[in-house]
Ligand binder design. Structure first.
Ligand SMILES: Nc1nc2c(c(=O)[nH]1)N[C@H]1C(S)=C(S)[C@@H](COP(=O)(O)OP(=O)(O)OC[C@H]3O[C@@H](n4cnc5c(=O)[nH]c(N)nc54)[C@H](O)[C@@H]3O)O[C@H]1N2
Ligand SMILES: Nc1nc2c(c(=O)[nH]1)N[C@H]1C(S)=C(S)[C@@H](COP(=O)(O)OP(=O)(O)OC[C@H]3O[C@@H](n4cnc5c(=O)[nH]c(N)nc54)[C@H](O)[C@@H]3O)O[C@H]1N2
Ligand code: SF4
Ligand SMILES: [Mo]
Length: 754
């Protein structure tokens, strides 16, 4: 290998929300080393084992590299032309026969870690014109987004913990030392938490499991799964009844506070405490600490979102942060000022994006433009007008990720036509008729458009491709635009990708110009367009977004401002744009212009806290757990990340084990209302009595998948137990935590790898 082939690349890791900077050494088309980039102003050299092995995804021999068409159980590689022709034929047949809503879309999590997904999927969905939009959001953070939409006006106006300046961090249902943080982009959470403690502050964790994060905390309290709303109502009750409220910066901007206070008056703290299993005096102590500590945060994530009170939890957490004066304050929770993307400010909206239409079968309201994933299977299965006959998946694996995976699986196999854009032939994409290969992360450029909107500092970091695309590989944005062209009725000429891309950029320009305060409002749109003409694809859009963003150069109007050229040439390790800044009131886009403290559907939902919670004494409550080496369902084909002991186990408390005559390491059968699995048990004190935990994203033993390594350590699909009929009734979000299950010894106790 010639010396000149050796190169060093700096780029952010696109795998999780932490956005760590990587230093990638290459020789020719091989990666020789990956390290943490010590010059990255945000991650400062931190990385986790997944980032360290990012190249293994690129070099995985099982990764799909050619478009493929399925004929029965056999796949054949084909040309892009034939693949898109086949997509056009398959989807247009359904559209002509049954209308556009008969073709659904499902978007998986990696879309938000990918510029193509962020910028071009919306164009594809508009071209498709179907109401049947589904995504991983409705089994994740939609309660947080809906709460932000109702309270602050926009679903992306989510206040972020200002963790680097806080003195008190109360964490519910999150395990950031394993997940690396969510809706709180902050590489190296361990260090950030240690720094809170070094400053004399503290972290308190509420979790049914003594997780790595709980162990790093100053205090940990277990909670009965699914009952956080009772605990949070208890905190609020204490704050109000002891007169501890002080709204601080939010004082003049709230609506409905008195109604909320009145509603909470009805509750008795003793009853709330009994239901959640946390002592009254602990609830009161924590309430006083949150209210009295200068700079405190209450933060809740997955464990609080994907449970029966998902939206109520998200709401009560916002309310507590507001009434203790911690919203929009240093060391409290703050809105970001991202360099590109949603400006989360400016103007009042006309209506909430909720309930504008309903699902056909369950009549579940639309939430932020989509329908809950828990409705997908029934919409495919149930005949009649409006039935889903075709599906397009982009970067998603609902068979392993979504509730009642087995039902989804069956539903997918009954579709008339399915198209998937993915890197693997896996549990979901094996049902596709056409599978289109997405390039791997190292072959595309990157900018964390989503996560810099959710980050604990304002950051901008653009990464160039590490490797060029192979000659016969389309970039993901080109695939998405080709798909858009295939489902449109209009003729787009000889270069449909170019036509759609140009159109999309023109739309962005016009949108910016509609803002009369924009320095571009009086410019000729054609001139702006031609200013961008040396770029195409995501780079052109990103350049425009950066130049017209908070720190933008507005095409020369602000000479020291940011552009893509400045960012990529001057700041190869990323640019730190400083700590979060106060943004009230301009961040508010609600109809009233105020923070809505008492959204009507949530006020109504409070009555649910009054009913008795029935619990079958024989049932254990299943919750989910993550592992540092995994990333949802799709990184189990990497040997380096799956070696060692079997991670797909049921964790159980010793008292529950002995009550059910279950021995450590034995095989057990776990049964819920919808399914049954067999899995190996790990008996341990870390899990609260009455609770069992399983990881999700396993079950790689299905026929016809191309995951050789994954199959060796297949594990079982925990989502055969989660119930698509159990949802958070407000947002429709899926429930993965607090699922009643019965656990018993396996009759045979045969040596199955679970
Ligand atoms: N029981 C339980 N279930 C859960 C959860 C839980 O905690 N417990 N968590 C939920 C959460 S938070 C989420 S976000 C969902 C995730 O749900 P999904 O997004 O449906 O599942 P993933 O496992 O992330 O699958 C990602 C897919 O994208 C493909 N892929 C990876 N990179 C790319 C790319 O660059 N381009 C393209 N086109 N494809 C790519 C992968 O091969 C894989 O098929 O799972 C949910 N499911
Ligand atoms: N290593 C790794 N990192 C990841 C992922 C991954 O799969 N692996 N996935 C990424 C994705 S898509 C997401 S969304 C984020 C999620 O990241 P986090 O929000 O940090 O979620 P989890 O790690 O699932 O932690 C949820 C915690 O909630 C607890 N819990 C369960 N039920 C309850 C309850 O009723 N009340 C309370 N208070 N706690 C409860 C669980 O025991 C668990 O410790 O992680 C991301 N990062
Ligand atoms: S923490 Fe997340 S962003 Fe950082 S290296 Fe690991 S997977 Fe990548
Ligand atoms: Mo997620």
């Amino acid at each position: 290998m010639e010396e000149k082939d050796k190169r060093v690349h700096f780029r952010t890791c696109p795998l999780c929300e932490a956005t760590c900077g990587l230093e990638i050494h290459t020789e020719g088309n091989k990666v020789t080393a990956i390290k943490g980039d010590t010059l990255d102003p945000f991650s400062k050299g931190y990385l986790c084992p997944k980032g360290f092995h990012l190249d293994k995804l690129y070099s995985d021999p099982d990764r799909i590299k050619k478009p493929m068409i399925r004929d029965g159980n056999t796949w054949r590689e084909t040309s892009w032309e034939e693949a898109f022709e086949e997509v056009k034929r398959g989807l247009q047949t359904i559209i002509k026969k049954d209308g556009r809503d008969a073709v659904a879309s499902y978007l998986g999590n990696p879309n938000v870690h990918n510029l193509a997904g962020m910028l071009y999927v919306p164009i594809l969905l508009r071209a498709l014109g179907s109401k049947n939009r589904y995504s991983a959001s409705t089994m994740d953070q939609i309660p947080k987004q809906l709460t932000a939409e109702w309270m602050y006006g926009s679903d992306f106006s989510i206040p972020i913990p200002d963790i680097d300046r806080t003195n008190y961090f109360l964490v519910l249902g999150a395990n950031p030392l394993v997940s690396n943080g969510s809706l709180m982009t902050a590489p190296n959470m361990r260090k950030r938490i240690k720094n809170i403690q070094k400053r004399g502050g503290k972290m308190v964790v509420i979790d049914p499991v003594s997780t790595v994060t709980a162990k790093a905390a100053d205090e940990h309290y277990t909670i009965i799964p699914g009952t956080d709303a009772y605990f949070l109502a208890g905190l609020l009750h204490t704050i109000f009844s002891e007169g501890l409220e002080d709204l601080g910066r939010a004082e003049n901007y709230v609506n409905g506070l008195e109604d909320l206070k009145q509603a909470l008056n009805d509750f008795k703290i003793e009853e709330l405490s009994l239901t959640c299993g946390i002592d009254v005096h602990i609830i009161q102590k924590l309430a006083r600490e949150v209210a009295k500590t200068e700079r405190a945060i209450v933060y809740g994530r997955m464990g609080t979102c994907t449970q029966t009170f998902g939206t109520m939890n998200s709401w009560l957490i916002e309310v507590i942060n507001i009434v203790t004066g911690n919203l929009d304050k240093e060391g409290g929770v703050m809105f970001t000022s991202p360099a590109a993307g949603s400006k989360n400010a400016g103007g009042k909206k006309k209506a909430d994006r909720f309930g504008r239409f309903h699902s056909r079968i369950r009549k579940q309201p639309e939430v932020l433009g989509e329908l809950p994933i828990s409705c997908l299977a029934e919409e495919i299965e149930t005949p009649g007008e409006g039935q889903i006959k075709g599906l397009l998946t982009v970067a998603g694996n609902p068979v392993l990720s979504a509730p009642n995976g087995e039902r989804i699986e069956q539903a997918l196999s009954s579709l008339e036509f399915m198209v998937s854009v993915d890197c693997y032939l896996n549990e979901t994409t094996r049902h596709a008729n056409v599978l289109l290969p997405a390039p791997s992360a190292l072959e595309r450029s990157h900018y964390d458009l989503s996560f810099y909107q959710l980050s604990v500092r304002n950051i901008a970091h653009y990464s160039k491709q590490v490797f060029g695309l192979p000659e016969d590989q389309l970039d993901e944005w080109e695939i998405l635009l080709q798909l858009a062209a295939a489902v449109m009725d209009e003729e787009l000429g000889v270069d449909p990708v170019r036509a759609l891309d140009d159109y999309a950029v023109m739309q962005l320009i016009k949108k910016e110009q509609r803002n009369e305060n924009s320095p571009l409002s009086n410019k000729d749109p054609a001139e702006i367009f031609s200013n961008l003409s040396h770029r195409r694809g995501p780079e052109r859009m990103l350049d425009f977004l950066l130049r017209t963003g908070e720190y933008g150069d507005f095409f020369g109007e602000v000479p020291s401002g940011l552009s893509l050229t400045v960012l990529s040439e001057k700041y190869p390790h990323g640019k730190d744009l400083g700590p979060l800044k106060s943004r009230l009131p301009q961040v508010l886009t609600t109809i009233s212009g105020k923070i809505e403290m008492a959204p009507s559907l949530l006020m109504k939902d409070l009555t649910r806290l009054k009913g008795k919670r029935d619990k079958n004494a024989d049932h254990l409550l299943l919750v989910s757990r993550r592992n540092l080496q995994s990333n949802n369902s799709w990184m189990h084909n990497i040997k380096e990340l799956t070696k060692g002991s079997n991670r797909c186990t049921l964790q159980m408390h010793p008292n529950d084990a002995s009550r059910h005559h279950i021995e450590d390491k034995s095989m057990v059968s776990v049964e819920s209302a919808v399914g049954k699995i067999e899995v190996r048990v790990e008996v341990m004190n870390d899990v609260m009595e009455g609770v069992v935990t399983l990881p999700h994203g396993w079950g790689h033993d299905l026929d016809g998948i191309q995951l050789e390594q994954g199959r060796k350590n297949a594990g079982v699909n925990s989502n055969r137990l989660s119930n698509d009929r159990m949802i958070d009734p407000v947002s429709g979000n899926a429930i993965f935590n607090g699922i009643p299950v019965s656990v018993s010894r396996c009759d045979t106790n045969k040596d199955v790898v679970g």
